[in-house]
Design a binder for this molecule. Structure first.
Ligand code: FAD
Ligand code: NDP
Length: 337
């Protein structure tokens, strides 16, 4: 459905739990929201990070685990049910210098205009950029085990996962079902993953954790990944692990490049919001000054992990999406100026 309006009430950029929750709230408020859900935006399918995982066990309302892609499909259906118009396009430019704001999607010559914009674009997986990686990226090296585990070349083969957060723990557990052995390379000796995920990994006899260890190089024969050169960063000792797959789970960089410094970002490219609100600041704005409220970029909101360095969960993304939806609704109803 397209139904273009000259000036949209609200444009939502991004289609994860944050974007869809904002859509459900603004659609139920009869604001006729328009969502750009992204077209493989930075390599992630519409629906966001949960489309790259399997069982979600910690989203309320599902006593049995629900598959990530199914949860996102249900959120999308719920957004549409209340009237959200969804376009499968990636936004590559915004202009917040004049009102109404402008939002341009890839492949379109003219921007759309909006009275309020909700940014919920979260992030792209980080890479290590070690020698050998560039040439074989998305073949034997990947940042999404769940997307690629089914490829026959990984079955019954030794595999390597880099990282020690929840994603790494989840990916290692998953890969252990298909690989002959999974090595986890952990750059420190401390764990970042939650207790539940740590337990899952520790109790898995097919997973070996190598602490204080980093990947240095991907080693090839003519066409295959043969191994990963690793180094113990405490002793300096190097060796080659035999491996057929290398999976990164080392975090993400927020998808904020397209904002082109119009919104205040922190040193890791996360959007800075006014605490406990979805309000963003104009760039440049001074950090930690009393003038901060004056620097709020009115009626642009950020929701989800793109503004949350700490919790980064589906439910907390949904929570901030609800706040953005409610604040947009208040503004458009004239309750706030
Ligand atoms: P996302 O869900 O990432 O959605 C953002 C989406 O916006 C992108 O996919 C993209 O399609 C779109 N987009 C991006 N840029 C643009 C653009 N310029 N224009 C248009 N669209 C754009 N959390 C849990 O609570 N439970 C779990 O079990 C769990 N498992 C996880 C497993 C993995 C492997 C990973 C990586 C994360 C997991 N998380 C889990 C964390 C959870 O996925 C995130 O907290 C949540 O998805 C963040 O929601 P979001 O809406 O902020 O961003
Ligand atoms: P995190 O940022 O939590 O973890 C990244 C991991 O990668 C850390 O162990 C980090 O090490 C390591 N790392 C970072 N850079 C490098 C590098 N250059 N070389 C080697 N290792 C590196 O990211 P995740 O993707 O794991 O998690 C993101 C969010 O998603 C979290 O909030 C998490 O809770 C959530 N999530 C929840 C799940 C669930 O609830 N089931 C499943 C998956 C994710 P160090 O610790 O040393 O910094």
């Amino acid at each position: 459905m397209n139904n273009r309006q000259d000036v949209e009430n609200v444009i939502i950029i991004g289609s994860g739990p944050a974007g869809h929750t904002a859509a459900i709230y603004t659609a139920r408020a009869e604001l006729n929201p328009l969502m750009f859900e992204g077209f493989m935006a930075w390599g992630v399918a519409a629906g966001g990070q949960l489309t790259t995982t399997t069982e979600v066990e910690n989203f309320p309302g599902f006593p049995e685990p629900i598959q990530g892609p199914e949860l996102m499909m249900r959120m999308r259906q719920q957004s549409q049910r209340y009237g959200t118009r969804i376009e499968t396009k990636t936004v590559n430019k915004v202009d917040f210098s004049n009102f109404p704001y402008k939002v341009r999607a890839e492949g379109e010559s003219e921007p759309r205009q909006a009275k309020a914009v909700i940014i919920a674009t979260w992030a792209t997986a980080k890479r290590l950029w070690i020698p050998g990686e560039k040439e074989f990226w998305q073949r034997w090296i990947s940042a999404c085990a769940v997307c690629d585990w089914g490829l026959p070349m990984f079955r019954n083969q030794p595999l390597v996962v880099v990282g020690w957060g929840d994603t790494a723990a989840e990916e290692a557990s998953y890969l252990s079902k298909f690989g002959s052995k999974v090595y986890m390379l952990v750059r420190r000796d401390q764990m970042r993953a939650s207790k539940a995920m740590q337990k899952r990994v520790m109790n898995n006899p097919k997973i070996e954790i190598l602490r204080n260890t980093e990947a240095k190089e991907a080693i090839w024969d003519d066409t295959w990944l043969k191994g990963v050169k690793i180094v113990n960063n405490k002793t300096g000792e190097e060796r080659v692990l035999e491996a057929r797959g290398l999976f990164y789970a080392i975090g993400h960089k927020p998808n904020t490049d397209f904002l082109e410094w119009q919104v205040l970002l922190d040193e890791s490219w996360y959007i800075i919001t006014k605490p406990w609100t979805p309000f963003v600041y104009r760039w440049p704005a001074l950090w930690n000054t009393e003038a901060k409220d004056d620097a709020i970029l009115k009626w642009v909101f950020a929701a989800g992990d793109v503004q949350d360095k700490k919790y980064r969960q589906a439910i907390t993304a949904a929570w901030s999406g609800a706040m953005a939806g409610i604040d947009a609704e208040h503004y458009l109803a004239g309750l706030e100026d």
